[in-house]
Every structure is written in structure tokens, then in C-alpha cells.
Design a protein around this ligand. Structure first.
Ligand code: MSP
Length: 510
């Protein structure tokens, strides 16, 4: 039986159009999903949109639309972008879908039946953009401690979830599962938050209507985070005990941004504990992108629009940049200069150049036909060893969600390839007919190493990998059994490659 793997992105609010922050998590999830598929896992990769709540209702009012009209319009923007970014999701969930609403109602009822939800009264400071209540002591100058925007005092009847009841169980879970919250710095942050004490959580609202009604009391709508977090199980078929739920829950990893860590590592696990469901195996919070050194914001008009980037630089250059530039988990800065630099040095110079020179040489020396390799010399063995070793190193990186390090590891083999060509100097061998077999062996090694590289690179840069593999005479899907040295058969026809990534003028005007 094949192993299963379940990876999720956050579901994105539809009051905003997609930007580089959304693209970042989604590309990371896609690379992981593709990698696991290559390695033979049966993968469920979920993304979607978060369509309820006051924030969406307000945005719709401003736009003169109903919330659903707004959602229908914006969801298309997300889906079109994911298509353009080659995102291979299994399912796209919208919280306005019947399957989700039904699941959330049942989830709420289940927690209520445990006597973990009670009716009370709420009075606190609410930040609408964050959809979060704060106590007065948490506010900074009466502004939201997360986003620094004004908060308003709200008093309302509300249902409460007995989150306090699960404090010890959650603490014990975090302590017993060192990998549950990653990176480590985030885990420590949550540990101290939980240790300070959990308050019961307001899980319903009466001041607006755009949400899922509380079962049995339609004056209330279910709090948008209770609603949204449940998407991770409703998409699998909850409350039905469906095959997907059985096969894929608990999730292997929820990928999120650091700003929504508490929702995923305190609220969500305590809801699940109450409902008697297993907790996700891992929650990984990545950092935030600034843009040319500044916070990205609508008011600064510096929001990086992924469509424009893809049109200008190509989809794989964008995917590569996002995953390579910044270690996953740390904050990073986006700049056009940095992106252009990565394209020119890593993609055009290193990756593209190796493919170009090696496919050109085999065409020049052997009419493009792969030769039977002779016995490997030490230099060949070292190169082969480095290529093979890469597989284990990348596996370990992917386990840690260290995408940047995984790519760096792959690039070490690409650089080793360029160095190997320089040192074996096929052009010199070609001058001596007695070295014909040696030349064939050198060509074999440099093409075989790249064939393996492109099979792995398919997780990160699917179009480029397909092209690369095509030049190398392989038309099939990238797969684990293709990662073995020696799969390249003598007699294979290699096509002289066109440049994969043309160099870009380093000067930028944006
Ligand atoms: N709807 C909630 C998530 C519910 S999940 C059950 C939400 N949506 S969001 O659209 O506001 O944000 C989604 C993600 O985008 C978050 O993970 C957030 O970290 C990420 N980013 C938003 N701006 C970002 C950057 N500037 N940089 C990196 N990621 C950023 O929150």
C-alpha cells in the first residue's frame, strides 16, 4: 500500500486579491506535494478560500456587491493564479460550499455535545481586519497589537468554547511532540503563550450575518476562525467517515504564515481535542516578505502582484526565487534586482549552461547518441557519488521543509557538473581518436547526472524539468525509480537544448 501525505495551505480571504505572500505558501506546498508524489506517496494537497466573516462582508458592502458575489469574483483570481503558477492541488475548498457548511455545523454540534460550548456575554476590544478580540491589556495605545489598527469595544451575547479546559492537554501534546510546531522559535513562542493560561474563546457573533448560523440559534453566526479551520477536515468529507478522512487525517503538515500561528496551534488543536479527533502532525509557520526593504501594503502601493512577475520572468523563475532566496521560516525581502540576479547566475549560468554545453557536445561528437560508458575514472566516480548523495540530502531537507537548502544542494551538483566538464575537457578528448570511449563515458556521466537532477527539480520547477528531461530523451513522468544512476540507456537520442533561461539585463526599472 502506498504511503499517504496530506499538505494544506491556509485558505485565503477573498476581500483581497492574491499577492506574493499567498503565492509563497502555495508554491511551497506545491513543491512539497510534487516531491512526495515523485517519491511514490499518494498525496492530498488542499488549498481554497475563506469567504465568511465581517471582513468579507464589509469589503462586499464597499464594493456594492453581496458577499457571495465578491467571493465568486475573487475566487476566480486565485484559481487563475494557481493555474498560472502550476499549482497541482487535489482539491480547492470554498467555505461557502454546502459540504463545508454542513461539516462546520456538525463540528460545532459535536463540541457543544461535549459541553464545551456555553452561552455567555462578551465585552472586549475587536480588531476587524484581524477578526480577533483583544483584552485591554493586550492593546498597544488602544490599537491592535498585531496590525496596529484601531480596535472597537464590543459587547455581545456570545457562545464560548471552553478552551481553558484543554490547556494542560495541549501543553502536554506540544511537549511530547517536538516537531508539532516548527520552526523551533515559533514553538517556544506558543509554549509560553499557553503557559500564561488559556481563556475561553468566543466562537460566535451577533453583530453581522455573513457566516454559518450556530446550530439551534440563528441569531448567531459561527466565528470565522472556527469555520475556516474546519476546512482541513470538511474537504476530506467530515462529518462522513469518508475514505479520504480515514486515509489522510491527521494532516502531515499545515503550511501557514507566522501571523496565523496561534489559530493553528492553539485554537485548532483544542477544537480537535474536544471533538475527539487526532491533531495535525505538524504546523510550520514561514516568515513574511517585505518588498524592497519595506512592509508590503496597499497604502504603500508596493504589493507585489504575482501575475506581473510571471509574465515578466516566467513561472519557474518565480517559483525558484521564492523557494531559494529565503530559508523557509525566516523573513525575507523581495526585490527585482535579487530576482534578476538569481535568474542570471543560478538559472542561466549554472543550470542552463550545463544543459546547453553538454547537449551541444554530444551532438557534435556522437550525433546526439548516448554511448555505452566504459569503466568510471576517479573523477567520474566522485561526480556520480555527489549526484547520488544529493538524493539523501534533499530528502532530509524536504523532511525539514528546508526548501532553500534542498535547492542549494541540487545546485551543488549542477556546479559540480560544470566543473566536471571543465576538468575532463571533452573538446581535448575529441581531438584524439584513441580517447573516443573515454569521451563517451564523460558525456554519459554529465548527461546522467543531469537526468537525475531534473527528475528531482520537477518538484520545484515542473515546466523546466519537463523541458530538460525532454532534451535528455525522457518523456515520462518524474519518478523515484528514475533517480537511480544508470537509467539513461546507451542509444538514447539527446537533443541540443535551447537556452532554458535567457539572461536578463541586470538593470531594473521597477
Ligand atoms: N483566511 C485566513 C487563513 C485561514 S486558514 C484556516 C487568512 N487569510 S489571508 O488571506 O489573510 O492570509 C493568508 C496567508 O498569507 C497567511 O499565511 C499569511 O501569512 C500570508 N501572507 C500575507 N502577507 C504575507 C507576506 N507579506 N509575506 C508572506 N506571507 C504573507 O489569514
Amino acid at each position: 500500500m502506498s504511503r499517504t501525505f496530506y499538505v494544506t495551505t491556509p485558505i485565503y480571504y477573498v476581500n483581497d486579491v492574491p499577492h506574493i505572500g499567498h503565492a509563497y505558501t502555495t508554491v511551497a506546498a506545491d513543491a512539497l506535494a510534487r516531491y512526495k508524489r515523485i517519491m511514490g506517496h499518494r498525496v492530498f494537497f488542499l488549498t481554497g478560500t475563506d469567504e465568511h466573516g465581517q471582513k468579507v462582508e464589509k469589503a462586499a458592502n464597499m464594493a456594492g456587491e453581496t458577499p457571495l458575489e465578491l467571493a465568486d469574483r475573487v475566487v476566480k483570481r486565485f484559481q487563475a493564479l494557481w493555474e498560472k503558477l502550476n499549482i497541482s492541488y487535489t482539491d480547492f475548498i470554498r467555505t461557502t460550499q454546502e459540504r463545508h457548511k454542513k461539516g462546520v455545523s456538525r463540528f460545532f454540534e459535536t463540541v457543544m455535545a461535549k459541553d464545551d460550548i456555553y452561552l455567555g456575554e462578551y465585552e472586549d476590544w475587536y480588531c476587524t481586519p484581524c477578526e480577533t478580540f483583544w483584552t485591554e491589556t493586550q492593546l498597544i495605545d488602544f490599537k491592535c497589537p498585531d496590525c496596529n489598527r484601531p480596535t472597537e469595544k464590543l459587547k455581545e451575547e456570545s457562545y464560548f468554547f471552553r478552551m481553558s479546559k484543554y490547556q494542560e492537554a495541549l501543553l502536554a501534546h506540544i511537549e511530547a511532540n517536538p516537531d508539532f510546531i516548527q520552526p523551533k522559535s515559533r514553538r517556544n513562542e506558543i509554549l509560553s503563550f499557553v503557559k500564561e493560561g488559556l481563556r475561553d474563546l468566543s466562537v460566535s457573533r451577533t453583530t453581522f450575518e455573513w457566516g454559518i448560523p450556530v446550530p439551534g440559534n440563528s441569531n448567531h453566526v459561527i466565528y470565522v476562525w472556527f469555520d475556516a479551520l474546519a476546512n482541513y477536515i470538511t474537504a476530506l468529507g467530515y462529518p462522513e467517515n469518508s475514505d479520504n478522512l480515514k486515509d489522510f487525517w491527521p494532516a502531515d503538515v499545515h503550511l501557514i504564515g507566522k501571523d496565523i500561528l496561534r489559530f493553528h496551534t492553539v485554537y485548532w488543536p483544542t477544537f480537535l481535542l474536544s471533538a475527539g479527533l487526532p491533531l495535525p502532525k505538524k504546523v510550520f509557520a514561514h516568515g513574511w516578505w517585505t518588498v524592497e526593504g519595506q512592509k508590503m501594503s496597499k497604502s504603500l502601493q508596493n504589493v507585489v502582484e504575482p501575475n506581473m512577475l510571471i509574465d515578466r520572468y516566467g513561472v519557474d523563475a518565480v517559483r525558484y526565487f521564492l523557494l531559494r532566496e529565503v530559508p523557509f521560516g525566516l523573513d525575507g525581502d523581495f526585490s527585482h534586482a535579487a530576482l534578476v540576479h538569481r535568474i542570471n547566475s543560478d538559472l542561466a549560468n549554472d543550470l542552463g549552461n550545463l544543459l546547453n554545453r553538454s547537449t551541444a557536445m554530444i551532438n557534435k561528437y556522437f550525433a546526439g547518441i548516448v554511448q555505452q560508458p566504459g569503466e568510471l575514472a576517479d573523477i567520474d566516480k566522485t561526480y556520480r557519488g555527489k549526484t547520488e548523495e544529493m538524493l539523501n540530502l534533499v530528502e532530509a531537507c524536504m523532511e525539514d521543509l528546508a526548501f532553500s537548502k534542498a535547492l542549494q544542494t541540487i545546485w551543488e551538483v549542477i556546479s559540480a557538473g560544470n566543473k566536471y566538464v571543465d576538468e575532463t575537457a571533452p573538446w581535448t578528448l575529441a581531438k584524439d581518436p584513441a580517447q573516443k570511449e573515454r569521451l563517451g563515458t564523460v558525456m554519459y556521466c554529465v548527461l546522467e547526472s543531469q537526468r537525475i537532477v531534473y527528475n528531482l527539480l520537477a518538484a520545484f520547477m515542473p515546466d523546466t524539468a519537463k523541458k530538460g528531461l525532454g532534451y535528455l530523451g525522457y518523456e515520462g513522468e518524474p519518478a523515484e525509480d528514475q533517480l537511480k544512476w544508470g537509467c539513461l540507456s546507451p542509444g538514447t537520442k539527446i537533443t541540443k537544448a535551447e537556452p532554458l533561461f535567457p539572461r536578463i539585463e541586470e538593470k531594473t526599472d521597477m
